[in-house]
Write a protein that binds this ligand. Structure first.
Ligand SMILES: Cc1cc2nc3c(=O)[nH]c(=O)nc-3n(C[C@H](O)[C@H](O)[C@H](O)COP(=O)(O)OP(=O)(O)OC[C@H]3O[C@@H](n4cnc5c(N)ncnc54)[C@H](O)[C@@H]3O)c2cc1C
Length: 403
């Protein structure tokens, strides 16, 4: 049997997504020999599919308040050291045209004018300039810690099998969202192997299913979009909400889904910019049907459905109690939600590597020297709006300064 060849490198980074690419560039620029591997046939797939093909690559206004984590302070250091403006410098260097999204209530979201591939091409070009070796279709196994420092692992790719010794090992394998794009539980399994604690994972930035009893009646509204304020667990977002066949989605719901857990109650204000109480008083002086009045503020089908329980008459013909109930039903809708759409469509994974086990400055684990975790595999999850990429860039950049 031919022996497996052994080669050595300074840094192996597993996972060539946003965080892994940024880390590789920075370590390479410092003169480190870097091997960046990914098991998927192409690197950076999530970058390519992000932001509807235009990659919402950062946000002008980023702070720890835009992230969920068991330790809300953990992300502060990296976000302060590598800011959205640092990433914009890179974008400007490569002359990538971009814009701030304007047709959204939320501000500061920066997108490529043309395509997400502009970002991936930029990162690849930076990797080449920094001498990074990239291998796709490559699987790592048998990872072991070497007693006097570093790691040994088996790498299998289309060129064959080899055993690699590396001084630093960086895990940038992301979360569980969208398995068909290469997502795997690799980072969590490796953490378990080295007794690094995990926070339970669940899908985030994901559509919600309504209770089955509501799916039938509300299924008729599929495709309708309304601006709402949605609240849950002390957090609120004002954004658009989309009715789907099984429930609700759209930016407002994706945002709140990260705060929602089974059993939690959502509250939705379907008329966040309207004081229905005040309008009703005006309407009482008119002979117009309530549906006609409401149609000026909400989709016709939604109004029709809402008024089924109350009937449709001019405002003044309702009792005080009915008026109260109708107004309450629009401003404080409490739909029963049963589940999420799951990892198949979730944009992110909540939970992951417990940040208490990792340095917020270097991303090295406290227990295992030379082992680093960056990006979404950690228990740090951003809001919708470019925050997740900014976390990937920032954590990758910081780690790249030390490995
Ligand atoms: C549809 C969609 C749209 C999104 N749009 C945006 C957006 O516009 N803005 C934003 O900020 N965020 C967006 N996100 C979230 C964002 O893509 C992620 O938070 C970000 O990509 C995380 O970066 P990462 O490098 O940590 O992980 P990833 O980008 O997921 O990269 C992990 C890499 O590791 C590889 N990998 C996994 N397991 C293994 C293994 N066993 N061996 C080797 N390699 C492995 C994967 O193939 C992948 O290439 C979107 C997500 C989705 C799903």
């Amino acid at each position: 049997m031919t022996p497996t060849p052994v080669s050595g490198t300074d840094v192996v980074i597993i996972g060539a997504g946003a965080a892994g690419l940024m880390c590789a560039i920075e370590a390479g620029k410092r003169g480190r020999s870097v091997l960046l591997v990914d098991h998927a046939n192409k690197i950076g797939k999530k970058i390519l599919m992000s932001g509807g093909g235009r990659c919402n690559f950062t946000n002008l206004d980023v702070s720890a308040a835009n992230y969920l984590s068991g330790n809300p302070h953990f992300c502060k250091s990296a976000l302060a050291r590598y800011t959205p403006f640092d990433f914009l410098e890179l974008i400007d260097k490569h002359q990538i045209p971009y814009h701030e999204k304007t047709q959204s209530i939320a501000t500061g979201q920066l997108f490529c004018d043309h395509k997400s591939a502009d970002i991936l091409d930029m990162l690849k070009a930076e990797c080449i300039a920094a001498g990074v070796v990239i291998k796709a279709h490559a699987n790592c196994s048998n990872i072991s810690h070497i007693t006097d420092g570093g790691f040994r692992l088996q790498l299998e790719d289309p060129d064959g099998k080899q055993s690699i010794n590396t001084q630093s090992l960086v895990i940038a394998t992301g979360g569980l969202s969208i398995p068909r794009m290469g997502a795997s539980g690799f980072g969590y399994k490796l953490a378990t192997q080295f007794n690094i604690p995990l926070i339970p994972t669940r899908p985030g930035l994901v559509g919600l299913h309504l209770d089955e009893s509501l799916q039938g009646p509300l299924g008729d509204l599929a495709g309708q979009s309304v601006t709402v304020t949605v609240s849950c667990s002390g957090q609120s977002f004002k954004e658009s909400m989309l009715f789907t066949h099984k429930g609700i989605s759209g930016p407002a719901i994706l945002q709140i889904s990260s705060y929602w857990q089974a059993g939690d109650q959502l509250e939705i204000d379907l008329l966040p910019d309207t004081n229905l109480e005040q309008l009703w008083t005006e309407w009482e002086g008119q002979n117009t049907l309530l549906s006609t009045q409401l149609n000026q503020h909400l989709p016709k089908r939604l109004v029709e459905l809402w008024l089924q329980a109350f009937g449709n008459r001019p405002a003044r013909q309702y009792s005080v109690q009915q008026r109260k109930e109708i107004i309450h039903s629009f401003h404080h809708w409490q739909p029963r939600t049963s589940n999420t759409d799951g990892y198949k469509t979730a944009e992110v994974t909540l939970g992951g590597i417990n940040t208490n086990a990792v340095s917020s400055k270097t991303f090295e684990t406290n227990q295992v020297k030379d082992l680093y975790f960056i990006g979404e595999v950690l228990d740090v999850t951003g809001w919708l709006g470019g925050y997740n990429f900014q976390w990937a860039w920032a954590s990758g950049w910081c780690c790249g300064q030390v490995v």
